[in-house]
Unconditional design. Sequence first.
Length: 168
Amino acid sequence: MIKPLHCYFLSVCLCLCACEQSPPQRADERMVYTVTRVLDGDSLLARANNQEIEIRLFGIDAPELKQTYSQQARSAAERLLNHQSIYVEAIDRDRYGRVVAIVHVVGHEPAVNIQLVEQGAAWVYRRYTDDKALIEKERSARQAGRGLWSLPQEQRIPPWEWRQRNRN
């Protein structure tokens, strides 16, 4: 009696393995996407093969939409990304399902993430990265007073602090 039960159990396990769902779709760094929309200073929508994905730029945090300098940050991202062909280095997925990535415009370097920090359109998000090159670009933008670094100190609230203050 034990032997047929083992065979049945093994058969069920094999069937379950064969029917296993395919892994969740993610950005493929070898695939070229077209930016369809810039949502804000650090996120965008891109399309490839009739599939649209939302991308959150890795390692940076731009002002929130209701925050001072948000429109300028979004405009900076639009100038770099709008309708451009891009490829992504997917790092992770965030809790909202967005692909967290380093984004490159095809034929242009450095990465968009770095360019936005260099222009003063975003902060380095040190909670998620300690990338020395990115931190150096932020230091340089701050010293030169570029972008958000030209604002008075009281208006330069990092987005993570702004979100914390405005949670309720």
